[in-house]
Every structure is written in structure tokens, then in C-alpha cells.
Write a protein that binds this ligand. Structure first.
Ligand code: ADP
Ligand code: MG
Ligand code: MG
Length: 390
């Protein structure tokens, strides 16, 4: 990784932070996360095509959240003009934590789904060898053979290549076939009207967008909350009760803060027991959520006004802490109580009505010290890890 002191140098760099040891993960739960991924791909894609659903789900949010409102406006403009391209490329990552039950077993709970998610595909393709080596050196040879192969980079690239192939232009040196947004999910990415113009230009272009503006909106936390309402999954999978069940099994409790009795109930619940919940605004990239007593402070300020509709409330997931060392440049080496988050990469390519490709292409395990309630690897909190299936 490049470092802060020499941000433009490719010579003065450091290693990407990682755990010294892999983290035990129950095999059944791991396989459950892989198995549901293609259904999540289908779900995100269906939502992105359901204009009425998106409008209804996001109507309260966009009334008070300027950034989501601006994205929604762009979405409406594209719909009005007509979508320029019928090929859609999705590179998703569904993130989970393992909630510890009273009997000691754990259950897979989705934290969120990301539709801008390719960035750790490369690094997580390289970390299995690191942990195999560490375990060998530590004399744990048998366990070293249990570190799974993982190559999301190859799977993500396969989907990009498929989209490129379907785009079907021989003049590529000149024409952009596929746009992948590495950035564009944070308000800070849109520093001027010009940046919004650039986004609009890309959305209007013939290129295959990943994600396109509707898929971007499908990945919002408000949509995630609306999906947990009774009957919503059934609407997207009318003839597939098993798929509905498989997806719903991974849902944590999510609660609306819209105006009305239901939202009022959410406020009361959160104020009574703030430590049981996480308060989330419509933001990405780590470090935006609100925890503990701060939930009360924020809610006291917004509970009587429509401002509260910018948030959703979520049950806090409690994974069992595992001891490990986090290896990070400039950080003291000490044994930490750690919590892990499992991500599963999914890819799909749709052309018009045909799903041409829908795959689960690998995983990512990120681990952080339990002192931190929020933040990913890029935010400097979590480090790269590997599951050791047990
Ligand atoms: P972002 O889009 O910013 O990554 P997330 O919903 O993934 O937002 O939240 C950021 C981090 O906060 C997660 O990586 C996780 O560590 C923590 N977190 C989020 N939701 C929960 C939850 N329900 N229970 C426990 N921790 C959570
Ligand atoms: Mg996110
Ligand atoms: Mg996240």
C-alpha cells in the first residue's frame, strides 16, 4: 500500500495490514453465505429495474438527505431520457457478521450489501498464501492446508470481460465499453457541479456502467431496511419461497424512522436501549454509523422532525470475539480481542431480460479490534484476514 508521507510513490510503500493468524469460521455458516450470493445478485438487479419500488422506498430519505436526493434526481433524468444501454454489470459484495446465540452457535447476519465493491478483490486473492506460510512457520502444517483458495479478482475480471465482450466493439482503443466506479459513493467524491456532470455523462453514455445509477440506489441502507418489511421479498421472488427464506434468514432487525407510529416506536426503542442498536445514515465507506449514547444524542435532536428520516435503525450484531494480532505499520504489536466481518463477492451480467452470468466469485474476511465499532480496511480500522473453516 502507498503511505501517507509519499502518497504518489510506488517505491516507498508498505504492506496491506493483516492478522497474524486466520480466524476460525464455522463451515456451515460460511457455505450459507456463499450459497445465498447469487440470489442477492438477482435481488439487487430486480430492485434496480423496479422504478416504482425505488421511488416508494426512497421517498422519505430523499426528502431530507441531499446526497441521496441528488442521485435520485440523476436516476429520474436517465429514466426520462431512456436508458442508453441494455447490458448491466454487477460486482457486489454482501457483508456479514456472525451473531452469537445464547447456546454458543452463531447465525449469519447481513451487515449491508455494497454495489461498489471490487477494491479488495485483488488483495484478498493474495492473502491465503500469507496465512498458509504463517501457519507452516508456527508448526501448524495441517491447518495451513485448510486455508481456502480465494480468487475474487479473477471472477470480477471475468464479469468485466463478459460485459466488454457483449458490448461488442472492435474499436476499443477509442471507445469505452465498461465503466467501473471505484469511487462515487460518497458526497466528498462530488466536489463540484463538474463532477456531477461527469457522472451524468457516464450514465448517459453507451458504456456498460458498474454500478449504473439505479443499481447504486438499490444498494442504499434505506432499501435494505424496506426489504425486511413483510411481503417485499415475496414481491421480488413470487414463485420461489425457498429463495425468500434463504435471503430472509440472513436479515437482522431493521427499523424505519419515517414519520408515523412505526417510526415513533423505533425512536422509543432506540432511546430505551441504545446499546442494542446501530443508527445508520445513507452513507458508505465506514465511520458514518452512530452507536451507544450518541444514538440518544442524535435522536433527541431529530426525533420530532423529518430529519430523522435520513436514518435507519438496525439491531447490533454481536460476534464472539477472537484473540489475534493485527499487523499494521506503525501500530504496536499486541494481542487484541477481535471481531470479523465476512464479505462474499458476487458478479452478474444481464443483457436486456437475459441473465447471461450470475456467480459467487470469492470471499473477503476483515478483522478489527473489538474497541472499534465501525470502519473498514481503507478507514484504517480493519485488517485483512482469512477464514479457517471449523
Ligand atoms: P459502510 O457502508 O460505511 O461500510 P456498514 O453498514 O458496513 O457501512 O457499517 C460499517 C461498519 O460498522 C461495519 O463494517 C461493521 O463493523 C459495523 N456495523 C455496521 N452495522 C452493524 C451492526 N448491525 N452490528 C454491529 N456492527 C455493525
Ligand atoms: Mg457500504
Ligand atoms: Mg460496510
Amino acid at each position: 500500500m502507498r503511505i501517507q508521507e509519499t502518497p504518489n510513490s510506488s517505491e516507498l510503500v508498505t504492506y496491506a495490514p493483516f492478522t497474524l493468524f486466520p480466524t476460525p469460521v464455522p463451515k456451515a455458516v460460511f457455505l450459507q453465505a456463499l450459497a445465498v450470493q447469487t440470489h442477492y445478485n438477482t435481488l439487487v438487479d430486480k430492485i434496480s429495474q423496479d422504478t416504482d419500488f425505488l421511488e416508494e422506498a426512497l421517498s422519505s430519505t430523499i426528502a431530507v438527505d441531499d446526497f441521496t436526493a441528488r442521485l435520485f434526481k440523476l436516476h429520474q433524468q436517465i429514466l426520462k431520457e431512456g436508458r442508453s444501454q441494455s447490458i448491466v454489470l454487477g460486482l457486489n459484495r454482501s457483508d456479514y457478521m456472525l451473531d452469537q446465540r445464547d447456546d454458543g452457535s452463531s447465525s449469519l447476519k447481513q451487515i449491508e450489501i455494497n454495489t461498489f465493491a471490487a477494491s479488495f478483490g485483488g488483495l484478498s486473492s493474495r492473502t491465503p498464501d500469507v496465512h498458509r506460510h504463517v501457519l507452516k512457520v508456527a508448526g501448524r502444517l495441517e491447518e495451513s492446508q485448510n486455508i481456502l483458495d480465494n480468487n475474487p479478482a479473477a471472477g470480477l475480471a471475468r464479469a468485466v470481460a463478459k460485459a466488454w465482450e457483449l458490448y461488442g466493439s472492435e474499436s476499443d482503443g477509442q471507445e469505452v465499453a465498461v465503466v467501473y466506479f471505484r469511487n462515487g459513493y460518497m458526497p466528498q467524491n462530488y466536489i463540484s457541479e463538474q463532477t456531477w456532470d461527469a457522472r451524468l455523462l457516464m450514465e448517459r453514455s453507451l458504456a456498460v456502467k458498474c454500478p449504473d445509477i439505479s443499481t447504486h440506489l438499490a444498494g442504499t441502507k434505506k432499501v435494505q431496511q424496506v426489504l425486511t418489511r413483510p411481503g417485499v421479498l415475496e414481491k421480488f421472488f413470487p414463485d420461489q419461497p425457498q429463495v425468500v427464506e434463504q435471503i430472509r434468514a440472513t436479515f437482522a432487525g431493521l427499523y424505519t424512522l419515517d414519520m408515523g407510529p412505526e417510526g415513533d416506536k423505533t425512536v422509543t426503542m432506540a432511546l430505551e436501549e441504545p446499546d442494542r442498536y446501530v443508527l445508520k445514515p445513507q452513507r458508505e465507506g465506514g465511520g458514518n454509523n452512530i452507536y451507544g449514547s450518541e444514538i440518544c444524542q442524535v435522536l433527541q435532536g431529530v426525533k420530532g422532525s423529518t430529519e430523522r428520516m435520513a436514518y435507519i435503525l438496525m439491531d447490533k450484531i454481536h460476534p464472539a470475539p477472537v484473540q489475534n494480532y493485527l499487523l499494521r505499520r506503525d501500530a504496536p504489536l499486541q494481542l487484541n480481542n477481535c471481531l470479523s466481518e465476512l464479505g462474499v463477492f458476487g458478479t452478474y451480467v444481464r443483457q436486456g431480460k437475459d441473465m447471461v452470468m450470475n456467480e459467487c466469485v470469492g470471499h473477503l474476511l476483515r478483522t478489527k479490534s473489538s474497541e472499534h465499532s465501525d470502519g473498514g480496511v481503507a478507514a484504517g480500522v480493519a485488517v485483512l484476514d482469512n477464514p479457517l473453516l471449523i
